[in-house]
Design a protein around this ligand. Structure first.
Ligand SMILES: [Zn+2]
Length: 312
C-alpha cells in the first residue's frame, strides 16, 4: 500500500515538470465572440500536453479593461503578453485561475505586475502556499497570491465590457480549488481540467481533488450549459454539453469495473494490469501516452482505485 501512495505522489509532481521546450512554444489565438478570445500553446513542445502546450487562457477585452482567465507557464509570459497586445492595448485589470496547476498559474505574478487584480478560490490560495514544499513550484513571489478570494457559494459576478462573467466555484473536482468561468452573453464556459479529451481524466488528489467531485462537476456543467454553450476545457478541444455524457459514462463504467476488482481483493497492480480502459482506448487521443510512471490510462485507473479504497 505504501508503494502505491509514493508512486501516486511522484506521478502528480512530475506530470508538468519534465522536458518542456519553452522556446518552441507559440501562442495560438482563437476568437470565440467579438470581445472574447482564447490563447493556446502550440503542439509538440510540452510532453505533459502533447496536443497544446500548457493550459488555455481566456481574454475578455473592451473599454473596461482586460479580464483574463489563467496565465500559463511563467517561462512564456512574454509571448502571452505579446499575443494579448495583438488583440487589445487596454490595461490588464482582472485575472482568475481555474485551478492551481503551474500550467495555469505560474504566470500569475507576471500579470499581477502588469496591473491585474488576482481572484482565486480560498482553497487555491492554500494550495499555492503549499507548493514550494512540493518542489514543482514557481518562485515564491508574493505577487503570485490572490488579493481577492472566495469559497463555495454563489458565483462571484463581474460586469464589464458588456459581459457578465460568473466565477462558479466547483467543489473538490480536478483539485480542491476549481472554478468554472462563465461568460453569459458569449454563452461560453471555461471549465478548467475536470474534463479532458486528450488523455484520460486526471484528478489531483494531492491538491484536494476527488473523483466524486469531478463527477458532480460534470453533472453541474450539464445543468448550467445550454445545448449551444461552448465548453472550453483547459486542454483539448472545445466541446458541448452532449459531449460530457459519454465521458461521464466512461468514468462510471471504469469505476464500477475497478470496484468489482476491489471487492474481489485485487491489488492496484492487478487492477492496472487488467487494462479496464481497453474498450475506450481507441477513442481517447493520448490515452496510452506516457503520464507519470505509466500511461495516462494507468494513472487514471490507479486514481480510481485509490479513491474507491479511501471512500470505504
Ligand atoms: Zn490541471
Amino acid at each position: 500500500m505504501m508503494r502505491v501512495i509514493l508512486a501516486a505522489a511522484a506521478m502528480s509532481s512530475t506530470v508538468w515538470a519534465q522536458g518542456i521546450d519553452y522556446a518552441k512554444i507559440e501562442i495560438l489565438t482563437e476568437k470565440l465572440a467579438p470581445n472574447l478570445y482564447i490563447l493556446s500553446g502550440s503542439a509538440g513542445a510540452d510532453p505533459g500536453h502533447e496536443d497544446a502546450a500548457g493550459g488555455r487562457i481566456g481574454i475578455l477585452v473592451g473599454p473596461d479593461g482586460i479580464f483574463m482567465v489563467d496565465a500559463q507557464y511563467a517561462q512564456i509570459t512574454d509571448k502571452v503578453l505579446a499575443s494579448i497586445r495583438k488583440i487589445s492595448n487596454e490595461p490588464i485589470r482582472f485575472l482568475v485561475n481555474t485551478h492551481v496547476h503551474p500550467d495555469h498559474t505560474a504566470g500569475d505574478a507576471f500579470f499581477v505586475k502588469q496591473g491585474a487584480l488576482l481572484f482565486d478560490r480560498e482553497e487555491l490560495r492554500d494550495e499555492l502556499l503549499r507548493q514550494p514544499a512540493r518542489g514543482n513550484a514557481p518562485p515564491a513571489d508574493p505577487a503570485r497570491l490572490p488579493v481577492v478570494t472566495y469559497g463555495m457559494g454563489d458565483p462571484v459576478k463581474l460586469r464589464l465590457n458588456g459581459e457578465i462573467v460568473d466565477l462558479i466555484p466547483v467543489r473538490a473536482a480536478h483539485t480542491g480549488g476549481d472554478t468554472m468561468i462563465r461568460f453569459e452573453n458569449a454563452d461560453v464556459i471555461m471549465i478548467g481540467d475536470f474534463y479532458r479529451n486528450y488523455g484520460y481524466p486526471f484528478i489531483d488528489t494531492n491538491n484536494g481533488g476527488t473523483l466524486k467531485g469531478a463527477l458532480e462537476a460534470l453533472d453541474e456543467t450539464m445543468k448550467i450549459a445550454g445545448p449551444n454553450t461552448r465548453l472550453v476545457p483547459g486542454h483539448g478541444t472545445i466541446i458541448h454539453r452532449e459531449d460530457i455524457v459519454p465521458y461521464r459514462d466512461m468514468i462510471l463504467d471504469v469505476q464500477s469495473k475497478v470496484q468489482k476488482m476491489i471487492d474481489q481483493g485485487k491489488s492496484v497492480q492487478e487492477v492496472i494490469a487488467a487494462k479496464v480502459t481497453t474498450p475506450y482506448d481507441a477513442k481517447v487521443p493520448g490515452g496510452l501516452e506516457r503520464a507519470g510512471n505509466g500511461t495516462s490510462a494507468d494513472r487514471f485507473v490507479s486514481m480510481v482505485y485509490s479513491q474507491l479504497k479511501t471512500a470505504k
